[in-house]
Ligand binder design. Sequence first.
Ligand SMILES: [Zn+2]
Length: 467
Amino acid sequence: MKYMLDSKHAAAPLRRRTPKTVFIALATTVLAISAFAGPRILGDAGRASAPTGHAQESSVPPPVAASREYTQPEHPVAKTIATAAPAALNPHPPRVDDPAPGIDWQTHEVRRGDTLGRIFSEFSLGIGLASRIVEHETADVLKKLMPGHRMSLGFGPDGALVQLRYELDRTDEIVVRFEDSQLVAANRRRIPTGIRERTASQTIGSSLFRAASRAGLSDRLVMQLVSIFGWDIDFALDIRSGDRFSILYEERFRNGREVGSGDIIAAEFVNDGTVYRAVRHIDEDGHKAYFDLDGNNLRGTFLKTPMRVSRVTSGFSKRRYHPVLKKWRAHRGVDYGAPTGTPVLATGDGRIHSIGRNGGYGNTVVLKHGGQYSTLYAHLSGFKKGLGKGSKVKQGEVIGYVGATGLVTGPHLHYEFRVNGQHRNPLTYETPRAQPIAERYRDTFLAMARDRISQLSDTRPEQVASR
Ligand SMILES: [Zn+2]
């Protein structure tokens, strides 16, 4: 026997949405913005580049493990940054102090009509050497150069040519090595994909996405930022003009060209004067999570809302006039108005305790989460196929669909959240956090986290001087 849409007894305002909800709302915004602004060039905003002091770049070690192989012919943007190891799975890659010991790289973009001989003469290199290269069985592709492709020439400390690299396509290159002006080897290989770290920082004026775009961030990175802090900040409702963010993130590149953004490594978000910080940790199994500087998990164990897009139509209250029973009674859950058939999501990992008809509740699912918590979803039109008593469900998984079964006046979801059997208001209850950083990683993480956050300090937008 329960509750229904009742506009008279409206509705605690929806204070937070789940990260998923925000995702959808923001995804829509992204589309709208992209459609409006057209394609934009990433990484072109001044603030996006790494300050030299803290800049760092890592590249996946190429097949040949000589230290020279870390060297990437770099275009100017890439130059601000240094090199290290496979950071994809290593949050703290070793640093290589001098990525290009003594090699000076000159990059030439092939123009229409260019030949190797012409390029060599521009660099005052012998034509004879150019013709020996194009006679080589692997390097003979250099006979016909493709306009727009890049050739990089590496010169040793004495000014002699030591290496030539030529991009065949987006993934492969020809590498030719020289000693004493003689060709010693030429081979074709995958262009090593590097990961470099960059920072970006911006104060939010009218919208997070506009600010992110000014900082040169991809939509993917913004989504990640939103999902990291989405447990603490409602990005749809809480963002204020003057809020700001700084992030340290990975960028994937080949030959100095960005080929996509990687993960956020560390981030700081100031929302309405409150500072939130997050640092990535990857454990030895490759599991990734974000923690604050005390090692607390940023992720909550329960979504605030059991639907992707929702509207609270009746809040949790001690006394509410029941529109069907015509009586005053407690409303020990929250009602979300939504059309019949709208997916209902499990708010936490758990097991199905009961599923089926349940009097005035109509079609109802009750989930148990660990020992203390349970959640209830009522008035459903139907259940997700394949679920039964005892089934395991994951947070965010669809368990059923909004309906109007039981004692109701219209379709909505009635949602209850109980702690040790006591009803709690899901809109205000401080849900517990996911596990903090594991003890065995703790010390290393805390030191690393401070270090990572300090890398952000140089890029924070300027503070107004204190008076
Ligand atoms: Zn209700």
